[in-house]
Design a protein around this ligand. Structure first.
Ligand SMILES: Nc1ncnc2c1ncn2[C@@H]1O[C@H](COP(=O)(O)OP(=O)(O)OP(=O)(O)O)[C@@H](O)[C@H]1O
Length: 265
């Protein structure tokens, strides 16, 4: 198989207060994969994500993105390659217009004029928000702000899109629309989520983190139907949801292949 786009090896991390949040985590993600990162509260998921673009520095082990180590001297390039969409879109939107917010990163990379405008509008098209380019972000609904937050990251043309709880606080229609958008993107996706049906619908592969360890890494269907694993790591399916009742031919396969994304939202 090809070199992983994301290669995490033996990653360990203790916070300054001494709390050990990660213990030798290994994770290898290849181009075009969509991977769900599952696990109970406090498992270390956010801690892991914060290592992917160097917000936190590894205590031990390594993280590389397309062969480039996540180290201080490479952070500008790493942050272009790894785009993180945080749970609260307001953490990422702070300009007076949607256009300015989405253009902020590419402008910092040196884009201007027509090239910048083309980049911004392409990102907004990808999330279905092109008509909102000149609106102030704070006048948009939460779901619209989340889409714009995704566009701010897409405008950097990242190699890996990392999403922290992308479906949280979305109504069912917005949740489905975001799923459609994520399926349409030609980018490697790592999605941290407690929304297990969303993980099954979008991500062929799931990694379970618990107590700072990777305790499972396999097909999302296999993870969600492993009752002992689920119970042991406080993973609970929503009331009435049973993956075994879903036609498996409708589930996405990894890595992405044409025609694999046929599960309706
Ligand atoms: N700044 C910090 N200082 C000390 N400990 C921390 C800090 N941030 C997180 N932790 C601890 O590290 C562990 C992992 O936290 P983390 O936020 O990575 O979990 P998580 O899997 O993202 O949880 P959740 O699903 O609740 O968001 C937890 O025990 C948490 O209390």
């Amino acid at each position: 198989m090809s070199t992983p786009v994301l290669d995490v090896r033996g990653l360990a991390y203790a916070y300054p207060d001494g709390h050990q949040a990660l213990f030798g985590v290994d994770l290898h993600v290849h181009a075009g994969e969509r991977v769900a990162m599952l696990g109970p509260n406090g498992a270390g998921k956010t801690t892991l994500v914060l290592h992917l673009n160097g917000i936190l520095a590894a205590g031990a082990g390594s993280v590389t993105v397309s062969g480039l180590p996540v180290e201080k001297q490479h952070l500008p390039e790493i942050r272009r390659r790894v785009g993180i969409v945080f749970q609260d879109p307001d953490d990422q939107l702070f300009m007076g217009s949607v256009r300015a917010d989405v253009g902020f990163g590419p402008a910092n990379l040196g884009l201007s004029g027509a090239a910048l405008d083309t980049r911004v509008m392409a990102a907004l098209e990808q999330v279905g928000m092109a008509d909102y380019a000149d609106r102030p972000p704070h006048h948009l609904s939460f779901g619209q702000r989340r889409r714009v937050a995704v566009a701010t990251v897409l405008a950097m043309e990242p190699e890996i899109l990392v999403l922290d709880e992308p479906s949280s606080n979305l109504d069912p229609a917005s949740r489905r629309e975001l799923a459609d958008i994520l399926r349409s993107l030609d980018v490697t996706v790592l999605m941290v989520t407690h929304d297990l049906p969303y993980a099954l619908e979008l991500c062929p592969r799931a990694v379970v983190l618990s107590g700072g360890h990777v305790v499972a890494d396999g097909s999302t269907y296999d993870v969600l139907t492993d009752d002992d694993l689920m119970r042991a790591h406080r993973l609970e399916l929503p009331f009435g949801f049973d993956p075994r009742t879903i036609d498996r031919a409708l589930l996405p396969v990894s890595p992405r292949t044409p025609g694999s994304d046929t599960l309706p939202g």
